[in-house]
Design a protein around this ligand. Structure first.
Ligand SMILES: Nc1ncnc2c1ncn2[C@@H]1O[C@H](COP(=O)(O)OP(=O)(O)OP(=O)(O)O)[C@@H](O)[C@H]1O
Ligand SMILES: [Mg+2]
Length: 242
């Protein structure tokens, strides 16, 4: 199962990814988290030790040069990447985590080695590996057309009360449809009342809502064992629907 998580800035994408990863690991599932947000903080949210010391793949200059560097005036467009996830991920709490770093903007005709390596790596992660993958994406929609997010099994769009994140969700849904992403779900986060719930249900259109997460400061301070159940339920819902 390969799942990407998207949504407007600050809605709770990273919190959801961390919860899903912790829930999967607690069931002894093999999991890999991909932090694909250039402004990455999934390691910190997972309470990994020394999150600031993790080097994103995009900054591994020697590796990039070795695998995708220029040779005789050409960049390698399909560099070897299959050994990278295991070699360069960090592993704690039974969770593998790979921090991608920033991909340079597409559409500029840039075939620089970083992009070539990151694209090949992303494709490999989504189609070439066995374990469950949870990908934390950067906010917004612009980047969705880039890379290979179209191959994931499901895209979860996180929304929160208020129309802005729902408008973003609807834009993401349209783009995801264009990318032929198979399943699109929403998770409604930061719910404080039944009015919040009703308003999201009313405005989200045809996006299938996987679940509602209450607004709870304690949830994000520490995703403790009693909170993991909620994320396990979300995983069961996804499994039943894809
Ligand atoms: N259910 C919740 N209850 C209370 N606070 C929450 C909840 N979910 C997330 N938060 C808080 O909201 C803020 C944003 O959450 P998070 O970082 O997960 O969002 P994000 O969508 O990944 O943001 P970004 O777009 O910056 O990557 C954080 O301070 C987080 O602790
Ligand atoms: Mg985030």
């Amino acid at each position: 199962m390969k799942i990407a998580v998207s949504g407007k800035g600050g809605v709770g994408k990273t919190t959801l990814c961390a919860g899903l990863l912790l829930a999967l690991a607690s069931e002894n599932k093999k999991v890999i988290g991909i932090d694909a947000d250039p402004d990455s903080n999934l390691a910190a949210t997972l309470e990994f030790s020394a999150p600031g010391k993790i080097t994103p793949v995009s900054e591994m200059k020697e590796l990039i040069e070795e695998r995708a560097g220029e040779k005789g005036g050409f960049f390698k467009l399909n560099p070897k990447v299959d050994d990278i996830p295991d070699k360069y991920c960090v592993e704690q709490k039974g969770i593998k985590l790979l921090v991608m770093g920033s991909i340079k903007k597409a559409g500029t005709g840039c075939y620089c080695p970083e992009n070539s390596l990151l694209k090949a790596l992303m494709t490999h992660l989504i189609i070439g590996r066995e374990e469950t993958l949870i990908m934390d994406m950067e906010a917004g929609v612009e980047h969705l057309g880039r890379g290979t997010s179209g191959s994931v099994d499901a895209l979860i769009i996180v929304v929160e009360p208020g129309l802005r994140s729902i408008e973003t969700a609807l834009r993401i849904k349209k783009l995801a449809g264009d990318l032929k992403i198979k399943k699109i779900f929403a998770v409604a986060n930061k719910i404080q009342s039944s009015a919040d719930k009703d308003s999201i249900e009313k405005n989200i259109g045809k996006i299938d809502i996987l679940g509602f997460i209450e607004y709870n400061k304690k949830l994000v301070d520490k995703i403790s064992n009693d909170k993991i159940g909620m994320f396990k339920t979300l995983i069961r819902n996804i499994e039943n629907k894809i």
